[in-house]
Design a protein around this ligand. Structure first.
Ligand SMILES: [Zn+2]
Length: 50
């Protein structure tokens, strides 16, 4: 696959509550995850959406 023109989205989601959000950069998604984990001690993760 040589197609790299699609915008990349990052989906940050918590496994322990309904909190989730979509970001346009990995840094923003990571920041959301880090902050959510610090604030709630939940288990959250960020994954790329292709
Ligand atoms: Zn949560």
């Amino acid at each position: 696959m040589a197609s790299q023109n699609r915008s990349r989205l990052y989906h940050a989601v918590c496994r322990e509550c309904p909190s989730e959000q979509v970001f346009e950069s990995a840094d923003a998604a990571d920041a959301f995850v880090t902050r959510h984990v610090e604030e709630t001690a939940h288990t959250a993760l960020a994954e790329r959406v292709d």
